[in-house]
Design a protein around this ligand. Structure first.
Ligand code: GTP
Ligand code: MG
Length: 370
């Protein structure tokens, strides 16, 4: 008998014994090691598949039973480590069905700060899941980090951006409805006053340094700048549109009026538009131009699926009290102009990179392909 056959046989006996004595728990680290040994050493395809299925079934049953009986958070950590390791093994095999099942198991366990792992473990999972383009899994791990109070770091976002934005390229600058590019599945617009930080935020969420032109001189972006994300994949491609800043005094009034008219037509007729991020300078809150944009969004004939306020440059505000008063003022402005009181408000800074995960959550919710 080969050593690996012996391992398989021993695990099978152990499992049988456990079936007779349900109070015995599955040994997750052992199960992971056995899966590893089978995948590495078992040459016969059918034997290998049956053996893996057997161990994996054991793990699944244990998780289900644990969830049903109310497992304590303190007992989750060991399972989590083993499940992540097992997920990596299946990712290596390209066995995405089992990877998906493991992600589901992980999501059902009662995670929290007590069961938290180091950030690098989650980052690694995000990297590997991203490489396989399993974005639901990527976001599930991000959620897990959140409930476990693990703060995402630069690496988390690098891997997240690698997973979500494989390629991104400037496509065209549109100046009127008939110069807009042919729609792809979906598009997302960044609007707001001039100099509010639109281009900087586009760069931040794409994790690119100089994709959209950032300028100290307001009024720099004078056209609808179209960036195509994931051009090689029809299912996940979408446009990011960096709109010209509104309300900058040095741009002649007739030109500003033209932009506003174009923008109104765009919101009304561009049916592929899924999401509008309206950027508002966090230091000042909504100004007159912002309020008119809010009114436009509230009264537009065709409601865009998602309208989100993004407060920018929050790194320049240090006091919590000031932040709260800007938030209150923004909500008041939204309601005053006919927008829903539930309109999400995201706090961001391209300088400190605050808000990257929340921006991505909104993108993911609005774009089914990613
Ligand atoms: P227009 O294209 O002119 O409408 O401007 P924009 O909204 O695209 O703004 P842009 O990203 O070009 O940024 C304008 C200025 O604000 C630049 O000097 C940026 O470096 C600065 N800036 C943008 N975001 C932030 C931020 O989060 N924090 C700080 N401190 N500065 C920022
Ligand atoms: Mg710009």
């Amino acid at each position: 008998m080969e050593r690996i056959d012996l391992v398989i046989e021993l695990y099978r006996l152990r499992r049988e014994a456990r079936e007779r004595r349900p109070e015995l728990l599955c040994d997750f680290p052992l199960a992971t090691n056995v899966v590893k040994a089978i995948l590495r050493n078992c040459k016969k395809r059918q034997v290998r598949e049956n053996a893996v299925a057997d161990v994996f079934e054991d793990v699944k049953q244990d998780c289900e039973r644990a969830v049903k009986l109310g497992i304590k958070e303190g007992e989750v950590k060991g399972r989590l480590i083993a499940l992540m390791a097992m997920m990596n093994l299946f990712l290596g095999e390209g066995d995405m069905k089992r990877v998906q099942e493991i992600v589901q198991l992980i999501c059902r366990l009662p995670a929290g700060p007590v069961s938290a792992l180091p950030a690098k473990d989650y980052n690694n999972a995000i990297r590997l899941l991203g490489k396989k383009r399993y974005l639901k899994g990527v976001f599930a791990i991000l959620d897990l980090m959140r409930v476990s109070s693990v703060i995402p770091d630069n690496e988390t976002f690098e891997f997240l951006a690698n997973a979500t934005v494989r390629q991104v390229e400037f496509v065209t600058g549109a100046v009127s409805m008939d110069t807009l590019p042919q729609p792809v599945g979906a598009e997302v617009a960044f609007v707001g006053r001039s100099n509010v930080g639109k281009s900087s935020l586009v760069n931040m969420i794409c994790n690119r340094k100089a994709l959209a032109y950032v300028s100290g001189r307001p009024g720099k972006t004078q056209q609808f700048n179209y960036f195509l994300v994931n051009s090689k994949d029809e299912n996940s491609q979408f446009y990011i549109v960096d709109l010209p800043g509104v309300g900058y005094a040095e741009v002649p009034q007739p030109v500003q009026d033209e932009w506003m008219q174009f923008m109104a037509q765009y919101f009304r007729h561009r049916t592929s538009l899924r999401l509008v991020f309206h950027l508002v300078d966090g230091r000042h809150g909504a100004l007159a131009d912002d309020e008119s944009l809010m009114r436009q969004m509230a009264t537009s004939e065709r409601r865009v699926n998602e309208y989100i306020i993004v407060l920018t440059k929050m790194d320049k505000l240090d006091k919590q009290k000031v932040k709260q008063s800007i938030l209150d003022k923004t909500w008041a402005a939204l309601i005053r102009n006919g927008c829903s009181g539930d309109t999400p408000i995201v706090l961001t800074s391209s300088a400190s990179r605050l808000g990257r995960d929340e921006m991505w959550r909104h993108l993911q919710a609005a774009l089914p392909g990613i």
